[in-house]
Design a protein around this ligand. Structure first.
Ligand code: CA
Length: 590
């Protein structure tokens, strides 16, 4: 029935330009997004972020015939990284671009219906390129965050602003880049700025009005709020932070979160504690949990009804390498039938956690030559290699620079923001990863509002001569890497798997690729004209399957990649979204 309605709406749209699905996206649409192949109304193709499609029209046998249906340019003289995932709904594609822009595009023709440009103030402080990772849709509104740390609700039909709210003060280093999450009529957002001594937070707002419902800071000692009143303190003051350091403790929630309906749980990851120099945060002679710096470099599970913390899991206590714990946590059911959470951390380990309480189950390395830890113990705590912590500046002769060490992975991580996919067909995770290390050293630093708060210097270096990027197929039950696909430049694009036996991923070299989900063999590729750091999606309309990806090189690698950035500086910028399909004769034959 839904499909019929959507088709009818699309038909009348092409005639009158006025008819749309009345009332827009429902809670049921959002809850069923992973199963409904005719639209994509969540970031992650379902709020558990599996990025898996049951569609089989495009499959191993015919994917080599995939051709462009249309492409759309984001325009403007400003380009930079295009990291967004498209939303597909009611005959339209909604996609965000760099510099806080949002486009509504006619799905049939690829023509622009409206465009919204946030007017960004002077002095915004995005750490790692001017990216945006996508919008949310609910009812008749489109929501997205802007680089000046605001959230905007737009009318999906006209692009007109319905409401616009401040998440935090951009002058203090806050920004916003993640796709918002819709749960129980609320728009839920994180924040960015972990390199500026900000404090991480998750906020829930009434999707209709934008009014705050609750806030939950992610650093111990800070108070949460509920309906305008103080609620509870996060953690216990000074349990794991020395002195006043918690007040500027980082832990930004910059990649947004996932939602598991079965356990009614939000899970948000948190960035590095601030500053990067761990000696200033009590990492020196830890007794018990002193210097652990909760809840930075952690996954924090939150009750969506009141913003209270249900459980937490800290991947990197005493964090000293910028191993943000922000990477997505995916609820899934593995080949053993067990329902778990999984996450691939910046620190190079792939973790499996218990679904009910977040208790540690397993951790296995997914990149080569990890140096900072010798392994993970039975409680999920790293067994540190203390010699691989950047040296304390206080131990140097002039007190200005600690010993430099070479650490693996680099601070950009075994895996960074680029989302992995869980295939409900193969029960495997497809993880975009990178093999690199870094020289890193610590320096003294004091907090200054709106200034970088690192106390560290660094240079990223490749580990191997012929490749950095590595897409891996990981069995979460055993931690075994079943296959690996190597790419010369670092991977910075999301992955998507399908029931057609395919894994889609983009490369900085510009290729959009489809790989065999069992072997990693490349079955199809297409040159999009600029590097891909976007997130693939697929849907069907009128019996034909479509695949889309944004193209536009940028993100953190060219800005922070050290020697690696020099290696890839030949890559051209761009800004477009590409849509592919099978030629009609093949589409109907399958
Ligand atoms: Ca960081």
């Amino acid at each position: 029935m839904k499909k019929l309605l959507a088709t009818a709406a699309a038909l009348s749209l092409s005639v009158s330009g006025l008819a749309y699905a009345e009332g827009g996206v429902t809670d049921e649409d959002i809850a069923s997004d992973a199963q409904n192949t005719s639209q994509i109304v969540t970031n992650g193709m379902g709020r558990d972020l599996q990025r898996y499609s049951p569609l089989t029209n495009i499959n191993r046998h015919n994917v080599k015939r995939l051709v462009p249906a249309w492409a759309f340019s984001f325009g403007g003289e400003k380009q930079r990284g295009q990291e967004a995932q498209p939303i597909i709904y009611d005959g339209m594609m909604y996609i965000t671009g760099s510099y806080s822009r949002l486009y509504a595009i006619d799905l049939k023709t690829g023509e622009e219906v409206w465009q919204y440009d946030a007017r960004l103030p002077e002095g915004i402080l995005p750490c790692c390129d001017v990216v945006n990772r996508g919008a949310a849709i609910y009812g008749d509104k489109i929501y997205f965050g802007t680089l000046d740390a605001r959230i905007v609700a737009l009318d999906r039909k006209t692009g007109k602003v319905v409401w616009r709210k401040k998440i935090a003060d951009y002058k203090a280093g806050y920004s916003y880049t993640a796709a918002p999450l819709i749960v129980k009529g609320m728009v839920i957002t994180g924040n960015s700025g972990g390199e500026f001594g900000i404090v991480g937070e998750v906020q829930a707002r009434d999707a209709e009005t934008g009014e705050l419902i609750w806030t939950r800071p992610t650093i111990e000692g800070h108070m949460g709020t509920y309906k305008g009143e103080e609620s509870t303190m996060t953690g216990t003051l000074n349990a794991t932070w020395p002195g006043d350091m918690w007040k500027t403790g980082g832990g930004s929630t910059w990649l947004g979160g996932s939602y598991d309906e079965e356990t009614d749980t939000l899970v948000f990851g948190t960035s590095n504690p601030a500053p990067w120099n761990s000696w200033l945060r009590g990492a020196g002679n830890p007794k018990g949990t002193e210097g652990d710096n909760l809840y930075a470099a952690s996954r924090v599970a939150i009750n969506p009804d009141n913003g209270e913390i249900k459980w937490h899991f800290q991947t990197t206590p005493r964090e000293g390498w910028d191993y943000d714990g922000t990477n997505e946590v995916i609820a899934y059911q593995g080949s053993d039938g067990k329902k778990r959470w999984a996450t691939a951390d910046r620190n190079g380990y792939f973790y499996v956690l218990n679904r009910e309480d977040g208790k540690f189950i397993s951790a296995t390395p997914f990149v080569e030559n990890i140096s900072w830890a010798k392994g993970i113990d039975e409680n999920g705590r790293p067994i540190f290699n203390e010699a691989n912590r950047p040296g304390n500046p206080a131990d140097s002769t002039d007190g200005k620079k600690g010993d430099t060490i070479f650490a693996v992975p680099s601070f950009l991580g075994g895996k960074n923001w680029m989302p992995m996919s869980f295939s409900r067909k193969t029960k495997m995770f497809y993880v975009p990863s990178n093999e690199w290390g870094m020289d890193i050293w610590n320096e003294p630093i004091t907090y200054k509002k709106g200034a970088a708060y690192l106390g560290a210097g660094f240079t990223i270096k490749p580990l191997f001569e012929d490749y950095i990027g590595s897409l891996k197929a990981i069995d979460p039950v055993t931690g075994e890497i079943k296959w690996e696909y190597k790419n010369e430049a670092p991977l910075w694009s999301g992955a998507m798997s399908t029931a057609g036996g395919l894994v889609f991923i983009g490369t900085p070299e510009g290729h959009f690729k489809a790989l065999d989900d069992e072997t990693g063999e490349v079955l199809w590729k297409f040159q999009t004209g600029s590097g891909i750091v976007g997130q693939p999606v697929t849907w069907e309309e009128d019996g034909e399957q479509y695949v889309a990806i944004a193209s536009g090189w940028g993100g953190a690698v060219p800005l922070w990649g050290g020697e690696v950035a020099k290696q890839v500086k030949y890559l051209n910028q761009g800004g477009s979204v590409w849509v592919f399909k099978l030629p009609s004769s093949f589409a109907s034959a399958n």
